[in-house]
Design a protein around this ligand. Structure first.
Ligand SMILES: [Zn+2]
Ligand SMILES: [Zn+2]
Length: 401
């Protein structure tokens, strides 16, 4: 693979590996590289490396802004800890809020009021106003819930007793490991998080931006200033659906109105802006929504799907390892895939009304983030593979030095 291909490949993967890409290999600081999941992908290290440049530190707010908007994980300036990525984390949330306020104001003033005042079409105005407001309220509730609620962290994350990274020694780590009860795991031995100093249940990953382990971590989303995990994934799916529906409704009605009322409204520019913004949102978020619904039906998180895609791509090019990471068997079967219907219920709950309403559900709050449904046959295959690997370690399972 040429340098250019490597670069473009890395860039294309960034959005799907928000916490794994290493911008600058820092071989002298093993403690920092250990912050990453070493099991996730041994061809990548982490984004916990530092830039020592004072200029970089001064420009950090701007760099962070770029990083937050694009999900491109930039190295931290010297002296910053991983959690301090979030210093400016509210900026994208404010941008989203600003867009929502503008769309609401623009739609009401440039479309609905024109129908009412200039054309006296009350029935049509109400027909626009009611669905728009209902979808808008649902959207706000789901967004507020994602932003304000925890994605779900393993215990005892609240009593995280991280010692000084530079002074911790192997004995202390072993003491910590043995003092904590391992969570139940169907995939084998649970993994240890170096950063949080806790055992990680199945499907848990450490988020560098939040500097915390997240249960069934889907991805870190800068637009909600936090992670999407086991506790807020249902709201996330609902939020994407509301945005897509509201966007397509706003786009179609405002485009029709703009064409019809052109010249009538004193808010022509605003109406045009609403058409453009809602069109972009519908296209971008619509495709994103479809891909997330697809992932729910397959019972894969974004991280698991990225791993699968990387493995699949490598397999096609002939350099795949014999072992897929985490939840997949060597033939690419997902241990947690119980069939589309069961997969959907696991995320969205069995109460069909709550699929459409962003209300809290008892089913959701009962989720412990440790136990998940699984396919027994696939799990057996997974365990058999694990057992045969232990008997005969594969050469290409070794980590590169
Ligand atoms: Zn962690
Ligand atoms: Zn996060």
């Amino acid at each position: 693979m040429s340098k250019l291909e490597q670069l473009s490949d890395r860039f294309l993967r960034v959005g799907r590996h928000p916490f794994k890409i290493c911008m600058k290999s820092n071989k002298n600081d093993e403690k920092q590289t250990n912050f990453d999941d070493p099991d996730v992908n041994d061809t990548q290290t982490c984004c916990c490396c530092r830039s020592d440049s004072p200029m970089y530190a001064k420009l950090w707010p701007l760099i962070f802004f770029f990083s937050a908007l694009t999900d491109f994980p930039m190295p931290l300036p010297k002296g910053k800890k991983p959690g301090q990525h979030r210093d400016w984390g509210w900026v994208p949330v404010l941008i989203v809020t600003g867009i929502l306020v503008f769309v609401y104001y623009g739609y009401l003033h440039s479309i609905v009021l024109v129908l009412l005042r200039q054309l006296d079409r009350q029935a049509q105005a109400i027909g626009y106003l009611v669905p728009f407001n209902v979808m808008f309220i649902f959207l706000l509730i789901s967004y507020g819930r994602i932003v304000s609620q925890t994605p779900g962290h393993p215990n005892p994350i609240t009593t995280k007793n991280r010692t000084n990274d530079s002074s911790i020694n192997i004995d202390e780590i072993e003491n910590l490991k043995s003092s904590q009860q391992k969570p139940e795991s169907i995939l084998g031995d649970p993994k240890w998080c170096e950063a949080c100093q806790i055992w990680k249940p199945d499907r848990t990953h450490h988020c560098k931006v939040c500097d915390a382990c997240v249960l069934r971590m889907d991805h870190h989303c800068p637009w909600v200033n936090g992670c999407v995990g086991v506790s807020n994934y249902r709201y996330y799916i609902q939020f994407l659906c509301y945005v897509s529906l509201l966007g397509s409704f706003t786009f179609s009605t405002s485009l029709a109105a703009f064409i019809e009322f052109h010249g009538l409204s004193t808010f022509d520019n605003v109406a045009l802006a609403i058409v453009i913004i809602s069109g972009i949102i519908t296209f971008m978020i619509g495709t994103f929504t479809m891909s997330h619904i697809w992932l729910v039906l397959l019972n894969r998180t974004t991280i698991e799907n990225s791993q699968f895609q990387s493995w699949n791509k490598a397999k096609k090019s002939g350099d795949a390892k014999n072992r897929l990471i985490e939840v997949f068997t060597e033939t690419g079967k997902n241990v947690f895939n119980q069939g589309c219907w069961e997969n959907w219920i696991e995320v969205m709950g069995s109460n069909k009304l709550l699929w459409f309403l962003p209300l809290s559900s008892k089913e959701n709050t009962k989720k412990d983030g440790v136990h998940y449904g699984y396919d027994e046959n696939v799990l057996q295959e997974y365990k058999n593979e694990d057992a045969s690997r232990r008997r005969m370690p594969l050469k290409n399972d070794k980590k590169p030095n």
